[in-house]
Each structure stands twice: as structure tokens, then as C-alpha cells.
Design a binder for this molecule. Structure first.
Ligand code: NAI
Length: 462
């Protein structure tokens, strides 16, 4: 069998990006992937298909709610669900084929099948054993469920099943008000389902800035999403077409039952490393089932590395990609590095929600003095023209040095706007640096500048 400098296990955003960087650095590289297509969860059953459905359903929402106001009259479009799924599949196909093209371009071998590691330096795929100087595990994560909840991917579904339902449910129950629950809950609510989100905590999207959480919940409720907060789901009982969800309110222990055509379980994901043979190799794991790595992403077994959802840190495609590139550089004898303090998070609802760096809570915990610059999109001309003026930009900066420590945005294009702050943070910029940068008018990004101005002498338009 061929000998490689590197074999990457898993072709998700972590694995495929890592492989391409390895090849670009002159390493003979192969990727093991057992799915029929490359791209992992993100491209096949995650980020990309969900964004296609979010995009399509948002167009419908605009047609139903804003077209007439702009003088665009006539019947709103009706939903052809089969065609919407076909559009989503076409988007997946284009993206996964794109990775296949990049593999060919970079002379990366795709070893088709599920890989295991019989010994350091060896990867087994089917009956073949391949030799590799370095092995990089990028095997990702899988949905985690709850006791009492049996997923059938038809009536009780994870995000995977929710992207391929055979019809739009009349009633949907979403368990968990995290990113997946709110993104996919929004899709089906816009397409006409009555969506109820049951959340264990008293807030949605745990870990986010509390002001963002409050505004986000208010906007989603206005759009029609229903919330049952502070409730722990106990069990689901499903037939072939319907389900009952039993939950307990935490404050008084009262038990309630709610009916649904579809139940989406969105209570988190867990690292996936089954079948790799890590136990036998003696690879050290964390108590949460993640692979333990050092600063160079190497495990305790020399020559075996791990990146992405299967190690510690936020389960985000872009975090995995950054680790993939950095680990490739480490393997090539360079100095790959990831700045974990500047990893943005984005929720692709409407409006979008984005954050980077510290929150007021984490700064308080650290006892750090900070100032807050906040600007409402209500004062942004472009947002007002586009019926997108709900939300705000909030920048947190060090009270003494003015250095930007974090940002929290809820509003139009938040997922793009956040990167202006990310770049500023990477360069160690102050809020004043952002505030003194000329921003084109009229753009949403002026709201970021105004929030930076609010850290100093004050914004202009509020
Ligand atoms: P999550 O961890 O974001 O949210 C899960 C929610 O379920 C939490 O609010 C939790 O309190 C709640 N919950 C847990 N047990 C419960 C129970 N028994 N009853 C009611 N509520 C319960 O997990 P989610 O949304 O499934 O996402 C998984 C991972 O995928 C996350 O790490 C997320 O960051 C990532 N992801 C990121 C996306 C993005 O960047 N846009 C999109 C989709 C997923």
C-alpha cells in the first residue's frame, strides 16, 4: 500500500482543509472518508443545507411580510417543498463536488471507507493497511439525544432528519433553544408550522450576551415561535406520524404533554471517535469523551493528532478549519497557531446573531474594568430602508486601554459584520481605531463604527 506523509481521518471542514494545507506544504496526503460525498456533517447535513433552507424560507417571509410595503403587490409565493429540498440537495452537491475537485487539484487521495488506527503510523481502511508518518483525526461529532427520547429520523429527528422531512409539519416541537433549534425552528415556522421550543434553562442560546438573548427571544416570539422555558423534557412517545412530548416545568415540577407531527432534538452534539481504536492505542481522552491534545494538536501518542469537534472547544466548522490549517503547519515543521480568543459564533436566523471574544459576564468574572459601546440599528439608515432595524451592535473595550475585548451583534448581516471586529481584535485595535476608520455610507457596517464611537465620545446617530 502507498506510504503517506499524512493521513487525515474525516473529510469535514476540519479534515478537508487540513488535507489541502498539508498538500500545499508539499506533504503526500490522503483522506479517509466513509460517506459517499466529501464535506462531512457541515456540507452534507449541517451548515450548508440548513443555510439553503434558511435562505429560501427567508425569501418567503420577506414576500409575505415586506413586499406589499415596498409596493410589490400580488399573491405571495406558495411552497413547493419537493423543489425546495431539490434546491437544497443541489447546493450540497455543488459544494461536495467542489471539495472533490480541490482534492484532485492538490493530488490528495480519497481512501473511501471508515478508517481505524491499528497502530501509530498505520491506518486501516477496509482490508487495506496504509502507512503514514502522521495521522490527523478529524472525525467530528454526532447529535446527542436525551434519556427517554428515541430518535427515528422520521417523526423524532435530529438536525439530519430535519433537513429532509417528507412534508412540512403542522406542529413541530423543538427540544433545546440552542443554535440548531432556533435556526431550524425558524425555517419551519416561516414555512407555516406551529413551532414550540422547549428549553431547560430560563434563557435561550446559553452563553450569549444576556441583552442579545432578551432581544433575540423577543424578535423570535414576534415572528411566531413559541417558547416553553425552564422545562426539562422527560420523554417522547412516537407513532409513525405523530409524537407526544412530556416535559416537567422546573419551578414547580408540574408535568405537561404536548403533541407534535415532528420533534426536533437539538440538545447538543458529542464528539465522535467510535471505531478508531483509540482505547487500544492508549490515546488520552477528556472526561467529556474528547481527544486530549497539546498546543501542537498532537495527542499523547507521537504522530497522532486531532482537530475539530472531536477535541475541546466550540463545535464550529471554522474553528475546525483553523485547527486543520495550523495542525498541517505543525506537521510540516512550521508554527501553526490558532487564536482561541477570536473565534466568532454566528446564528443564521433573521436577524442574524454574532459574537466574538468576551461577554460582560466573563469580564466581570475576571474582575476586569470595561466599557460598553452600544448602537441600535434603528439609527442606521440602510437598516431602516431594508426593514431590518431591530437589533444592535455592542462593543466591549478595556476601560483603561480602550482595546477591544469582544462584540455582540444582533441585526442584519451580523454574521458578516462581526469580522470587522475580529480583524480589529487580531491586530490588538482599540475601539477608537475602529471609530476613526471611514465606513461607507449607507451600510450596515456603520452601526459597528457607531458602537465603537459609543465607547468614546459617543455615536452620531442616537
Ligand atoms: P446547543 O448546545 O447550542 O443547545 C442545546 C440546548 O438544549 C441548550 O440550550 C440546552 O439548555 C438545551 N437542553 C438540553 N437538555 C434539555 C432538555 N432535557 N430539555 C430541554 N432543553 C434541553 O446545541 P445545538 O443547538 O444542538 O448545537 C450543537 C452544536 O452545533 C453546538 O456546539 C453549536 O455551536 C453547533 N452548531 C453551530 C451552528 C452555527 O454556528 N450556526 C449551527 C448548528 C450547530
Amino acid at each position: 500500500m502507498a506510504n503517506y506523509d499524512v493521513i487525515v481521518i474525516g473529510a469535514g471542514p476540519g479534515g478537508y482543509v487540513c488535507a489541502i494545507r498539508c498538500a500545499q506544504l508539499g506533504l503526500k496526503t490522503a483522506v479517509v472518508e466513509g460517506r459517499e460525498t466529501l464535506g462531512g456533517t457541515c456540507l452534507n447535513v449541517g451548515c450548508i443545507p440548513s443555510k439553503a433552507l434558511l435562505h429560501a424560507s427567508h425569501q418567503l417571509h420577506e414576500a409575505e411580510h415586506n413586499f406589499a410595503k415596498m409596493g410589490l403587490k400580488g399573491k405571495s409565493p406558495s411552497v413547493d417543498w419537493k423543489q425546495m429540498l431539490a434546491y437544497k440537495d443541489e447546493v450540497i452537491d455543488g459544494n461536495t463536488k467542489g471539495i472533490e475537485f480541490l482534492f484532485k487539484k492538490n493530488k490528495i487521495d480519497w481512501l473511501k471507507g471508515w478508517g481505524s488506527i491499528p497502530a501509530a503510523g498505520q491506518v486501516k481502511v477496509g482490508d487495506d493497511i496504509h502507512e503514514a508518518k502522521n495521522i490527523i483525526i478529524a472525525s467530528g461529532s454526532e447529535p446527542s439525544s436525551l434519556p427517554g427520547v428515541t430518535v427515528d429520523e422520521k417523526v423524532v429527528v435530529t438536525s439530519t432528519g430535519a433537513l429532509a422531512l417528507n412534508k412540512i409539519p403542522k406542529k413541530m416541537v423543538v427540544i433545546g433553544a440552542g443554535v440548531i433549534g432556533l435556526e431550524l425552528g425558524s425555517v419551519y415556522q416561516r414555512l407555516g408550522a406551529e413551532v414550540t421550543v422547549i428549553e431547560f434553562l430560563d434563557v435561550i442560546t446559553p452563553g450569549m450576551d444576556p441583552e442579545v438573548q432578551k432581544t433575540f427571544a423577543r424578535i423570535l416570539k414576534k415572528q411566531g415561535l413559541k417558547f416553553v422555558m425552564g422545562a426539562a423534557v422527560q420523554k417522547t412517545e412516537a407513532t409513525k406520524t405523530k409524537a407526544k412530548v412530556t416535559y416537567k416545568k422546573r419551578k414547580d415540577d408540574s408535568e405537561h404533554v404536548i403533541d407534535a407531527d415532528t420533534v426536533l432534538v437539538a440538545t447538543g452534539r458529542k464528539p465522535f471517535s467510535d471505531g478508531l481504536g483509540l482505547d487500544a492505542l492508549g490515546v488520552e481522552m477528556t472526561p467529556h469523551g474528547q481527544i486530549k491534545v497539546g498546543a501542537d494538536w498532537q495527542t499523547n501518542v507521537p504522530g497522532i493528532y486531532a482537530i475539530g469537534d472531536v477535541i475541546e472547544g466550540p463545535m464550529l466548522a471554522h474553528k475546525a478549519e483553523d485547527e486543520g490549517m495550523a495542525a498541517a503547519e505543525q506537521v510540516a515543521g512550521k508554527h501553526g497557531h490558532v487564536n482561541y480568543g477570536v473565534i466568532p459564533g454566528v446564528t443564521y436566523t433573521w436577524p442574524e446573531v454574532a459574537n466574538v471574544g468576551e461577554t460582560e459576564e466573563t469580564l466581570k468574572e475576571q474582575g476586569r474594568a470595561y466599557k460598553v459601546g452600544k448602537f441600535m440599528f434603528m439609527g442606521n439608515g440602510r437598516a431602516k430602508a431594508n426593514f431590518a432595524a431591530d437589533g444592535f451592535v455592542k462593543i466591549l473595550a478595556d476601560k483603561e486601554t480602550d482595546r477591544i475585548l469582544g462584540a455582540h451583534i444582533i441585526g442584519p448581516a451580523a454574521g458578516d459584520l462581526i469580522h470587522e471586529v475580529c480583524v480589529a481584535m487580531e491586530f490588538g485595535a482599540s475601539a477608537e481605531d475602529l471609530a476613526l476608520t471611514c465606513h461607507a455610507h449607507p451600510t450596515y457596517s456603520e452601526a459597528v463604527r457607531e458602537a465603537a464611537l459609543a465607547c468614546g465620545d459617543g455615536p452620531i446617530h442616537s
